[in-house]
Design a protein around this ligand. Structure first.
Ligand SMILES: [Zn+2]
Length: 186
């Protein structure tokens, strides 16, 4: 089991955060998607980046998000459906070493890379450490590398701090409310 972010986990986290990429959603525009792939060192020079691929990638992103946020048979089905398009198969090299691979061609092969990343991160334990920030207005994904596996926010200095301040205020408000009740009662 790993506690460090593997390449597969970081690809998934990057995909989940592609909606709030600098300059807008990286899955809405072919040029931005190519830049997104280059940043992840995914070779897409030979691939056709078209609306079909972008739609498939958005579907995959939504399916992963709902699997992480609210796992259900519906979210599981959505992820299974998109993984079927990735056509994962076992390839065996001439030394007899088996490797999970994709039989998808053209643009689907890029989507397949992310499905392979899910399979790899599930195997190495990275999947269970991918989280979505607890702050309601944030939704940013992050890799939880803490030993206790209970990190709640994408960043302590922004979302974490805000949540702590508001929790503190809430507690104070409750205490003041209790004091008022006590005074009335005495
Ligand atoms: Zn956040």
């Amino acid at each position: 089991m790993i506690s460090r972010e593997s390449e597969s986990a970081s690809r998934i986290v990057a995909l989940l955060n592609s909606e709030s990429a600098a300059g807008g959603d990286a899955l809405l525009d072919p040029d931005r998607f190519r830049a997104f792939c280059s940043a992840l060192e995914i070779d897409q020079a030979e691939c056709k980046v078209d609306e079909t691929l972008l739609a498939m990638m958005r579907e995959l992103r939504a399916a992963i998000t709902s699997c992480l946020k609210e796992p259900s048979s519906k979210s599981a089905k959505a992820l299974e459906n998109i993984s079927a398009k990735a056509q994962l198969i076992l390839r065996v090299d001439d030394k007899g070493i088996p490797m999970l691979s994709s039989a998808a061609v053209d643009s689907a092969s890029i989507a397949a890379l992310f499905v392979l990343a899910i399979a790899a991160s599930s195997r190495d334990g990275g999947w269970s450490r991918i989280r979505i920030c607890d702050a309601p207005e944030c939704n940013k994904a992050f890799f939880d590398s803490t030993r206790s596996r209970n990190r709640r926010w994408c960043s302590m200095s922004t979302c974490g701090n805000r949540a702590k301040v508001s929790e503190h205020r809430q507690r104070q408000g409750q205490r003041q409310g209790e004091q008022k009740v006590q005074k009335k009662g005495s």
